[in-house]
Design a protein around this ligand. Structure first.
Ligand code: GLA
Length: 402
């Protein structure tokens, strides 16, 4: 028979290491992945989908990484090279996901991208099939997370796609919602278990007000809309449609109005300037969606404008609100860490228009100092009102301080 004191010794001997192990697991998981530090400011990089769609392969991704460095984009803060859909092959007998023939060696590709001082992102879905019909992570979440970590992946875009069919069979909207939240939580936990920090980018087109629960499933960002396209109409429907979402974003968790179309050729310079200004005001992830290996000088200049990027990446992490919309004129503003404000004055009309603002409407009392960002020009100290001519589909982006 064990004496009482012996029993206590035995319990302590067994329990203490177990508790220490559990504590280590907890600390590692809290520190390692998808913490705000994984996306303290909105992620910046490039994604293959908008320009290349399914025509993406290892050589093209390497060329994009090369160009991100040689164009000066890396120096401006862009870091992620994200492979979107269509890299997936079949699973092996053990269920491990393999790449298809376009990506002969994902680990070697990750090494190449890392060697350039950049990070590599990948794409999957909680459903059995991706949106383009390739193998998804359904039933293989832990395995896939381990595979990504072994390859050296730094970012996962997790796109709902065919999971909607599983949700459709759930029987009720509540049950469907629960399944979706469960699916994102499952991958979040699987990523944490790997111990490798990976940005977790949710993509389910903004359904069920994802901004209200995205952080609780470990999301560093969540798409708030359906897909963007290279058209002023689509881009502005999405961009100006973000009104009301600012309170849900902040360091580590961002609203994502989808990737950039700057440089893809179907909008003019004023329209791309509107796109870039609006995304910076919205503290949106800046994921270029063009071919980085064939950029015109004006595309590089626009994507690497330091003052616009500084607005997007401002450490306060406070997304802009719409101050007012009057017909085709919209005024948006966001507070910045140094006490100044970024103000976007947008003309959604096709012709130039005169737009009038008062600095009081942004909370300034006396005279203000104003800088016109796209003109790279200090406008000096100004009284309370400012009238300007804004090109059709264009913007004037100001940085205003007391
Ligand atoms: C969905 C996403 C897009 C892209 C495609 C790939 O449409 O919203 O961003 O990832 O799938 O198939």
């Amino acid at each position: 028979m064990l004496k009482r004191s012996d029993l206590r010794t035995v319990i302590l001997a067994v329990a203490a290491p177990l508790m220490a192990f559990a504590l280590t697991l907890l600390i590692t998981s809290i520190c390692a992945a998808q913490t705000p530090s994984a996306a303290a400011t909105p992620p910046m990089g490039w994604n293959s989908w908008n320009h290349f769609a399914e025509k993406i392969d290892d050589a093209t991704v390497r060329a994009q990484a090369d160009s991100m460095v040689s164009s000066g984009m890396r120096a401006a803060g862009y870091v992620y090279i994200n492979i979107d859909d269509t890299w997936e092959g079949e699973r092996d007998a053990q269920g491990v996901i393999r790449t298809n023939s376009k990506f002969p060696d994902m680990k070697a590709l990750a090494d190449y991208v890392h060697g350039k001082g950049l990070k590599l992102g990948i794409y999957s879905t909680p459903g059995p099939k991706t949106c383009a019909g390739f193998a998804g992570s359904y039933g293989h979440e832990e395995q896939d997370a381990q595979t990504y970590a072994a390859w050296g992946i730094d970012y996962l875009k997790y796109d709902l796609c065919s999971f909607d069919k599983i949700m459709g069979a759930a029987g009720s909207p509540e049950a469907a919602h629960k399944l979706m939240v469960g699916a994102y939580t499952k991958m979040h936990k699987a990523l944490l278990t790997t111990g490798r920090p990976m940005v977790f980018s949710l993509c389910q087109y903004g359904a069920d007000a994802v901004w209200r629960w995205g952080p609780s499933v470990g999301g560093n960002s969540w798409r708030t809309t359906g897909d963007i396209s290279d058209s002023y109409e689509r881009m502005t429907n999405i961009g100006f449609g973000q009104a009301g979402l600012s309170k849900f974003a902040g360091p580590g968790h961002w609203n994502d109005p989808d990737m950039l179309e700057v440089g893809n050729g179907k909008m003019n310079l004023e329209e791309y300037r509107t796109h870039m200004s609006l995304w910076a005001l919205l503290a949106a992830p800046l994921l270029a969606g063009n071919d980085l290996s064939a950029m015109k000088p004006e595309t590089i200049a626009m994507l690497t404008n330091r003052e616009v990027i500084a607005i997007d990446q401002d450490p306060l992490g406070k997304q802009a609100d719409r101050v007012r919309a009057e017909g085709s004129q919209e005024i948006w503003a966001r507070p910045l860490a140094d006490g100044s404000k970024a103000v976007g004055i947008f003309n959604r009309f096709d012709w130039p228009q005169t737009i009038e603002i008062s600095f009081q409407e942004f909370g300034f009392k006396g005279g203000v100092k104003v800088r016109d960002i796209w003109a790279s020009k200090d406008l000096g100290t100004m009284p309370s009102d400012y009238k300007m001519r804004v090109p059709g589909h264009g913007v004037v982006l100001l940085r205003v301080s007391e």
